[in-house]
Design a protein around this ligand. Structure first.
Ligand code: ADP
Ligand code: ADP
Length: 225
């Protein structure tokens, strides 16, 4: 699915990522853990094609998008990736249905059966009957379900989730992780940032970031930091 080779990133003179190497296979479920400020957001912004200003090489499905223009990039993001955030980032004046419709409006793929696609993902995340509700009328867990439905309505091969359970209680978190697990079993590759060891257990593999360096296990973090 993706390959990161010797990637580095600096903000002015501050080095946020250094010599990052990572491969993620199709249909993998990867957790990225690390303390606040360690470089997790910086890394997933690169993986999600939100940041093109880095050194080294990043290939998504064998393609290098470093020189792709912004318009084309947002299209590629819309079609290939689904994003899920800690704070859901839903449109507050849009209904559940309308929030989920947004990626289809911007998609280059011509979707004939839009309504069916939307109803299908609403069912998948367990929100049938809530189509007309506003986000403010839903619980945090339900709002995250809407965000997940929005992320998958285009059937992307890759989902990038930044602390998707960070704002949720333990029981709701495990319900949300069950949805991610099901999506992964159905063939979607998932990359998830989390602070929570229990949440990371749902992934097949965990990598750790400390001070802009990536480690494959806790032992090598402790040895090197
Ligand atoms: P995390 O997601 O692990 O909390 P970030 O990737 O957000 O970490 O940040 C890594 C480091 O880079 C932090 O020290 C942060 O302060 C710094 N940083 C992040 N974004 C910027 C920016 N736009 N300008 C300068 N420094 C930044
Ligand atoms: P999180 O850790 O939840 O990802 P942060 O507080 O690290 O959030 O960052 C929030 C935003 O602020 C990000 O867009 C990041 O790039 C930016 N940022 C973080 N640290 C700095 C910094 N030192 N200078 C400028 N921008 C920063």
């Amino acid at each position: 699915m993706l390959k990161v080779k010797n990637v580095g990133k600096a903000y002015r003179d501050f080095v946020a990522l250094e010599n990052i190497n990572l491969e993620v296979a199709d249909e993998e479920f990867l957790a990225i853990m690390g303390p606040s400020g360690s470089g997790k957001s910086t890394l997933i912004n690169i993986l999600g094609l939100l940041d093109q200003k880095y050194s080294g090489e990043y290939l998504l499905n064998d393609e290098n998008y470093k020189k792709t223009n912004d318009n084309l990039l947002s299209q590629i993001r819309g079609d290939k990736l689904g994003f899920v955030f800690q704070n859901f980032k839903l449109l507050t004046t849009y209904s559940v249905y309308e929030n989920i419709e947004v990626p289809l409006i911007y998609s280059k793929k011509k979707q004939k059966n839009k309504k069916e696609l939307i109803e299908d993902v609403i069912k998948k995340v367990g929100l049938s009957g809530k189509e007309k509700n506003l986000p403010s009328e839903l619980s945090g867990g339900q709002q995250q379900r809407v965000a997940i439905a929005r992320a998958i309505v285009n059937h992307p091969k890759l989902i990038i989730a930044d602390e998707p359970t960070g704002a949720l209680d333990t029981k709701t978190s495990s319900e949300i992780m069950d949805i991610f697990t099901k999506l992964n079993q159905d063939g979607t590759t998932i990359i998830m940032v989390t602070h929570d060891e229990e949440v990371a257990q749902y992934a097949m593999r965990t990598v750790y970031i400390r001070d802009g360096h990536l480690y494959n296990d806790e032992k090598s973090v402790k040895k090197n930091v």
